[in-house]
Design a protein around this ligand. Sequence first.
Ligand code: NAD
Ligand code: USQ
Length: 400
Amino acid sequence: MRAIDRAVRWRYPAAVKVLILGGDGYLGWPTAMHLAQAGHDVAVADNLLRRNMATELGTNSLTPIQPLQDRVTVFKELTGNEVRPFFGDLIDAQFVDEVFSEVRPDSVIHYGEQPSAPYSMIDRRHAVATQRNNVEGNLNVLYAMRDLTPQAHLVKLGTMGEYGTPNIDIEEGFIEIEHKGRKDTLPFPKLPGSMYHLSKVHDSHNIHFACRIWGLAATDLNQGVVYGIRTEETALDERVCTRFDYDEVFGTVLNRFCVQAVVGHPLTVYGKGGQTRGFLNIIDTLQCVRLAVENPAAGGEFRVFNQFTEQFSVNELAEIVRRVGGGMGINVSVESVPGPRIEAEEHYYNAAHTKLVELGLHAHPLTDDVVIRMIETVARYKDRILVGPIAPKTRWDPRS
Ligand code: NAD
Ligand code: USQ
């Protein structure tokens, strides 16, 4: 019998059955190991789309990632804990129903989508593929929940980019509005900046509908940009490490800057660099998702949590990497390149993010030590870095 981690008093006294959709990905695989180590019964489902998209674009993961089946086997050898893998596509309703019937999850963590804004903006085909994959897959999950596991709790990975960058404070999902003398609390307005971010808005509407009309329980985690590579479990053995992307399509900004520093590529600040976003360490992604799973929403409830711990502008991140790299003896240069995206490069940004803290989140801030460890890890795999896919090529307006 596995021991339940009692460091924090969770709502569930015992293990729950967790189904992680997208469990082979950057965040899904570390989450699977983390929840299995915490004593939960974990199954993962994935169609390996992410690995195939990297092949399509001629990019790779900085870290050498093992096939899902091997990861699962090694993890069991190392810890004695089991993660059950299912291979299939969420677009395939029959596959989704079969997995739900077999696993009968109490909690469904849905990471299984195409996650890249640039990928969705390559051309019409990639936009359609992204929205089809994400919106249709999510709908299949909602119908499987309605018909097979209506008591289960959906923990869905949304994104802070659903809100865009409005010139007012961003609330957690809902805003109280007074209009012509009447008041209501309504979903916060959405101004997403890519076909990918739009797909997440469509998902949010569909999930909200499923909660209102069918009484499902859901938590929409509007997550900021994640950085980092190391969690307690990924550090157990190189064979269970997670993927780490640094190319212009799949790499996120701080992960990219650490790789650029190591290979001597100028840090690619897009345009003025005043773009400000919410950020969080991958360790805190696991903590937040676990808090959501172990403190579930009620039937009919649609909760929205803004999942990030700190706000930074691109310029601030570049300066941190330049300074920390300098302290490590690396000469890091910063270059403003013409912004390939159509987005505000200077703007107001102040987003609420208290609900996960109220549930018990203890944030791991972006300290110099964190950046040093990221750069050290990247340096270990320096020989695997492909320089070609680093420079931005995907333009929001291909005529520009
Ligand atoms: P990822 O691409 O590494 O992981 C997603 C996984 O889902 C992949 O393994 C992929 O193969 C799988 N998948 C995609 N479509 C599928 C389908 N139709 N059927 C079965 N499996 C499918 O991405 P990630 O960075 O781990 O992101 C996970 C989730 O979190 C995504 O939904 C993403 O939008 C969201 N998110 C990520 C970040 C971030 O900074 N990484 C920030 C906010 C939100
Ligand atoms: N940026 C640069 N230089 C780079 C890369 C990015 O200046 O080399 C800028 C972008 O223009 C953007 C900001 O940094 O203004 C963030 O870009 P990103 O690529 O790190 O993140 P984004 O495209 O927003 O997408 C990532 C994940 C996505 C998740 C989202 C959370 O890929 O899955 O949904 O972060 S959020 O940004 O909060 O919507």
